[in-house]
Structures are given as structure tokens and as C-alpha cells.
Design a protein around this ligand. Structure first.
Ligand SMILES: Cc1ncc(COP(=O)(O)O)c(C=O)c1O
Length: 391
């Protein structure tokens, strides 16, 4: 055993602390919600609990019923003996929501993205990926032998499409909503370019399904590009109950090949029945209660406007992810700490999660936030922002 190895790790950890880049984890003593109990009660502004379903009584009830009916674990991967009828039902329900032919479940969207590209593309193909894409897309592309291209804007995308003309197949890969910025991919332009250059389009809609679109169908529905996106990936771990699980939706051939070849699907346990059964209820509940999405957007606009009036610098957008720019990592950490002391739980993001000098507090609004909670949170932002000289 080499002590040097552990000394090196300790030095790295110390460096992270010195550079104010060390991430602390706070322990919750309550279920997830718009207010949570830590060592104190705080208004929670950093969960992906967009529709407030994470601890909703109807979902908890559905989870209990599924547990009784289908048991706890499946102890198998899908193709051995890990597929129950509810797994297929959930795949079909996701496909119906996203208006695709079929869908396939994964343990997480991270796995869905990690297992996507390598199963479908090979040397001689090209993957053209937005520079802001989520880490799981980046890792998935790294695992694939296709040529990799990155684009920063639509002109750059067109240049990359021209540069990759010789490839057998090309796919443009993008987040539907960029999670650090809360901005939306320009799907209309992307799909138009894909048509011109005969490329496929893949969208990771983890932050948009349930959130955007008239039926909660995500950015594809919101941007009116239904039928033009070949592959949609997403998570069950955010708006749709927030437990875990991911999926890929697309043409039936795509799903069929993934079932045969996608490594996180073939070599990892089936999604637990309790998550599958509860996700089915989450999708129905969302369809039955469009007012949840309306409440989410009313809350988001209210909070965004309030922050603007206080003088904070925001990244403009329409999504419940609201980034409040403070630029320096230390300011982001100080601000998060001070907000917490004022009863607001919001997290600072800094390098390497966002580029150097682009540190921010990112808040995420939920349909479950009450107007009083949002007003209290704005009052805390005002006090803390002034004290730190951010406004
Ligand atoms: C855009 C995007 N894709 C994928 C993921 C991963 O989702 P999951 O938690 O299901 O692995 C996330 C979560 O952070 C995300 O923001």
C-alpha cells in the first residue's frame, strides 16, 4: 500500500478547501419539500422538485401500493428476469407523453446518456454536442468511437455540420434546458439545420419534461418541434417525483437496439418496482393536474421579477431554474451560507461545475412554494445581497 497515494488525495482535498471549491453536503431530517428540516427549518430553493411531487401524499400512497403488489427489489437485469408488466407500462406511457414510438428505462438519466451513443454510433459517425451539455452526455460521447465536435452557437453548429459532411451518420446532441443557466436549446434552429445537413437530433430533456409544454412534454413540445427530434432522454428524478430512473425515447428500432447493446441497461439492475409504479402515478397525476405547471410558472415569474427588482444580475429566461450571478466562488459560498442563516437553502455553484469567474447562486422554484415562502426568500436575498455588496 502506498501512503503517497493517500497523501496526494489529502493534498487535493486541502487545495479544494483553500480555493473555496469544496462542496459540503447538508443533511435533511425531513422529506423533500418546499420547506425542509435540517438543523433548522429552511425554505428549500435548490431541489428539482418542480411540480412538488417528491413527497406528495398521492405519490407516497402509490409507492406503498406498488411495494405491496410488486415487492421491493427485482434482483435482476431486465433481460434476465427483471421486467414486470409495470416496466413496460411506464415505457409506453413515457413514449405517449413524448410522442415517440417507444421508450426504454434506465436506472438514471446519467446511465441513459452514458449508454446511448456507444450503442448506436461507431467510428465513421460524428456526434456534434453543445458545449454546455450535461456531464452525462459528455461521458456518453467519450465512450463512443464516433468523431466528436463541440458547438457554442448556431453558426458554430452549422460550421461543425459542414466540417463533418464525410461522416456516415451525424447526430446533434443537446440539453433541452441547460441546467446551470436555465436557458433553452434553440430547438427550432437546431432541427432546421439537422434537416438541411441530414443529421439526427438528440435532446436530453431532464429539466423540461413535466415543466414545459402544454402537456408537460418538455422543450420538444414547448418549441413545437414534435416529430423532428429523433431521440429524447430524460429523468424520473426531477419533476416526475424526484426518486430515480431515466429513459430514452425514440423510434422503435432505436429502443430495440438499446435493449440489445446498451451497457448500463444490459449490465445493471432493473429499476425498482416502487419507482416504476409511482412514476406511472406521477405521470397520471401530472396529466390530471395541469394547474401544477401553471403554479410553477406563476411562482417562477414572481420570484424572477422580485430578484430583478432587488437589483440582482440574473441569466434571463423563462424556466424555474434562476441563476443569480455573483461571479466569484467565494462570494457564492458566502452568500449561500448567509442565506441559510436567514432561513433560505440555496446552493452556490462554481468551477468546475460552471466556468471560472461565473459563480452563481442557482435557485429552483417549485409549484409547492407558497407565496409567503417566496416573499420570505426575497426578503432574505435582499438582506444578504446588500450585506455582501452583491446589490
Ligand atoms: C441535463 C441532465 N441530464 C441528466 C441528468 C442526470 O439525471 P439522473 O439524476 O436521472 O441521473 C441531470 C441531473 O443532474 C441533468 O441535469
Amino acid at each position: 500500500m502506498s501512503e503517497d497515494f493517500y497523501t496526494t488525495l489529502n493534498t487535493q482535498l486541502q487545495d479544494l478547501r483553500t480555493q473555496h471549491l469544496y462542496k459540503e453536503e447538508r443533511v435533511l431530517r425531513s422529506p423533500q419539500g418546499s420547506r425542509v428540516q435540517t438543523e433548522r427549518q429552511v425554505i428549500n430553493m435548490c431541489a428539482n422538485n418542480y411540480l412538488g411531487l417528491a413527497s406528495h401524499p398521492q405519490l407516497v400512497q402509490a409507492a406503498q401500493a406498488t411495494l405491496e403488489r410488486y415487492g421491493y427489489g427485482l434482483s435482476s437485469v431486465r433481460f434476465i428476469c427483471g421486467t414486470q408488466e409495470i416496466h413496460r407500462q411506464l415505457e409506453q406511457k413515457i413514449a405517449a407523453l413524448l410522442e415517440t414510438e417507444d421508450a426504454i428505462l434506465y436506472s438514471s438519466c446519467f446511465d441513459a446518456n452514458a449508454g446511448l451513443f456507444e450503442a448506436l454510433f461507431e467510428a465513421g459517425d460524428a456526434i456534434i454536442s453543445d458545449a454546455l451539455n450535461h456531464a452525462s452526455i459528455i461521458d456518453g460521447i467519450r465512450l463512443c468511437k464516433a468523431t466528436r465536435h463541440r458547438y457554442r452557437n448556431m453558426q458554430d453548429l452549422e460550421d461543425q455540420l459542414k466540417a463533418s459532411r464525410a461522416a456516415r451518420f451525424r447526430i446533434i446532441a443537446t440539453d433541452g434546458v441547460f441546467s446551470m443557466d436555465g436557458t433553452l436549446a434553440q430547438l427550432e434552429e437546431i432541427c432546421a439545420l439537422a434537416r438541411t445537413y441530414k443529421a439526427l437530433v438528440m435532446v436530453d430533456d431532464s429539466h423540461a419534461v413535466g415543466v414545459l409544454g402544454k402537456r408537460g412534454g418538455g422543450t420538444v413540445e414547448h418549441c413545437g418541434v414534435g416529430g423532428q427530434v429523433d431521440i429524447i432522454t430524460g429523468t424520473l428524478g426531477k419533476a416526475l417525483g424526484g426518486a430515480a430512473g431515466g429513459y430514452v425515447a425514440g423510434r422503435k428500432e432505436v429502443v430495440a437496439i438499446l435493449r440489445q447493446r446498451s451497457r448500463p441497461y444490459l449490465f445493471s439492475n432493473a429499476l425498482a418496482p416502487v419507482i416504476v409504479g409511482t412514476s406511472l402515478r406521477a405521470l397520471d397525476f401530472m396529466a390530471e393536474n395541469p394547474r401544477l405547471r401553471q403554479a410553477l410558472h406563476t411562482n417562477s415569474s414572481f420570484f424572477r421579477r422580485g430578484l430583478q427588482e432587488l437589483g440582482f444580475t440574473l441569466i434571463a429566461g423563462e424556466h424555474p431554474i434562476i441563476p443569480i450571478m455573483v461571479f466569484e466562488a467565494k462570494t457564492a459560498q458566502d452568500m449561500a451560507r448567509s442565506l441559510y442563516e436567514h432561513g433560505v437553502y440555496a446552493v452556490g455553484f462554481f468551477y468546475p461545475v460552471v466556468p471560472q469567474g461565473q459563480a452563481r447562486i442557482r435557485v429552483q422554484i417549485s409549484a409547492a412554494h407558497t407565496r409567503t415562502q417566496l416573499e420570505q426568500a426575497l426578503a432574505a436575498f435582499a438582506q444578504v445581497g446588500r450585506a455582501l455588496g452583491v446589490v
